[in-house]
Write a protein that binds this ligand. Structure first.
Ligand SMILES: CC(C)(COP(=O)(O)OP(=O)(O)OC[C@H]1O[C@@H](n2cnc3c(N)ncnc32)[C@H](O)[C@@H]1OP(=O)(O)O)[C@@H](O)C(=O)NCCC(=O)NCCS
Length: 141
């Protein structure tokens, strides 16, 4: 393996490919490209030139950020890449936030993934996730 981490290079196409390696229902290319363009940080782990893991962060860095799409390609799971991605995201907030202040980092995890995130200090509180899918009518795409 020839692993390296790169920032802000993940393309919509690569995003969809990694997403589809673990989940159904990938977004369209246009959706993915708009999401990549507007992410605060995109992290990719490359093996040579091949993307094998990704994660991204959205948010404002001053007060809050949200961790999304932490995905390690199945054949690369269990080798520490998930931990590497999380350390990279947390390190980015540490080095870009206002010194001495606390930045809230949030994510949404299925129950079986909560222990994975728990090891980095994430803990559930009593708040419930509320979600609405808004049908877009805007100019993108
Ligand atoms: C969850 C995921 C990102 C973990 O990545 P990974 O590369 O396999 O994890 P790592 O090898 O870095 O594991 C780091 C540590 O977390 C532990 N761990 C990994 N998955 C875990 C889980 N589901 N529950 C508890 N611990 C877990 C590992 O045992 C390891 O601990 P150790 O260092 O003490 O041995 C990966 O399994 C994945 O991409 N899954 C499919 C997509 C997904 O569900 N993403 C999360 C969305 S909520």
């Amino acid at each position: 393996m020839d692993l390296r981490i790169v920032h802000d290079q993940l393309t919509g196409e690569q995003f969809i490919k990694l997403w589809s390696s673990v989940w159904d229902g990938a977004p369209t290319l246009k959706q993915a490209e708009l999401a990549m363009e507007n992410s605060l940080l995109r992290v990719t782990v490359l093996d040579g030139e091949k993307p094998v893991a990704m994660a991204r962060m959205i948010g404002d860095l001053g007060l809050c950020c949200y961790i999304k799409d932490v995905i390690v390609s199945p054949e690369y799971q269990g080798r520490g890449l998930g931990r590497l991605l999380m350390k990279e995201l947390i390190g980015f907030v540490k080095s870009h936030g206002v010194p001495g202040t606390a930045v809230s980092a949030e994510l949404c995890a299925m129950p079986d993934k909560m222990p994975f995130y728990g090891q980095f200090g994430f803990a559930a509180n009593e708040a419930q996730r509320m979600r609405l899918y808004i049908t877009a009518e805007g100019s993108a795409g």
